[in-house]
Design a protein around this ligand. Sequence first.
Ligand code: PLP
Length: 392
Amino acid sequence: MKNRKDFERFLAQTGPSYMGLEVDYAQGSYIYDKQGKKYLDFVAGVSALPLGHRPPAVEKAVKKQLERYWHVMVYGEFIQDVQLDFARKMAHILPENLQTVYPVNSGTEATEAAIKIAKKYTGRPHIIAAKKSYHGNTQGSMSVMGYEPRKIPFTPLVPGVEFIEFNKEEDLKKITGQTAAVILETIQGGAGFIEPQHGYLKKVKQRCEETGALLILDEIQTGLHRTGNTFGFEHYGVVPDILITGKALAGGLPVGAVSASYEIMQTLIQPPMGHITTFGGHPVIMAAARATLNELEKIEASRLAAEKEKYIRKKLKHPLINEIRGKGLMLALIMPDKKTADKLILEALNKGLILFWLLYEPRAVRITPPLTVSYDELDQGIEIILKILNDF
Ligand SMILES: Cc1ncc(COP(=O)(O)O)c(C=O)c1O
């Protein structure tokens, strides 16, 4: 009780309620609370734990780096082999035009950097973003957030942003010779795991090419094998000019990254120090990221995500589940209404299963387990969900 009170008093709150699981430790697909209760984690730190909690290969790499050196200098001055190995690995898994990486500390920082790069590279003032998009919570990222109720209290934000409807082809004419970049999530997350349809992303890319605008794809959630491909864009036959990643990239440690061509990235050289970071590319995080990328490749994480999606879709059927949206292990159950979704999430927590909400779709229930979740664990989670729904 005291911890609960202190949590509310001394840690800034992000909303009127919170889940309140009091964490003792975590391992694999489970979190254990202070009372020794075990929770099966179907959220994975909101898609940030592709290998589960404390994956041994990542833990080992982090420990090894901790014993060598920690922070030694701001990003971009010293040559650190651990950063280089990370960058080489990113180049290895990305197409030819995304071979240069700028590591940062979070997803939202990656968004900020991408917008700056696009404006400077093109010399243009405008950004096009999608309604119901989410790219982070800092001022620049919020400016490209397509959800008014969350933005208005924080205005004025960065000017020059116009919104289009995701999947609406007619809106693409809003991309003009004044557009520096179009920023989109490859699959819209907060909106309810909405996939691009009917070649939409290809049409966006084509319009960008016609007008000279850059395409920024936000794969902070869809990237790194979660959707059944190394990157979500591989499903839709497009390659962005700038890619932003984060979340899963360092296996559960804070990270973000911007990838672009060598030529586009050269734009940050002038003015000198026009985009700098103290901790971006931190050696311990880079060690974790390198190990995460290697491990994901080793276990064929994309294949696992695709196979487990099929399994979930086959087993998780109930009249109260209207639809299962998403791809790979980025799935959302669409319930008949918010009340049902809320009840399922809270009841599941009671029964030792962690589920979660999506930002702007109140009927959605998030299922984004670690890609390493076992079939046995999937069965356990599905059984809990079906039992709750049967008892409704
Ligand atoms: C698609 C997308 N972009 C950006 C972000 C922001 O990342 P971060 O919370 O690391 O700043 C998120 C986080 O949920 C996200 O899902």
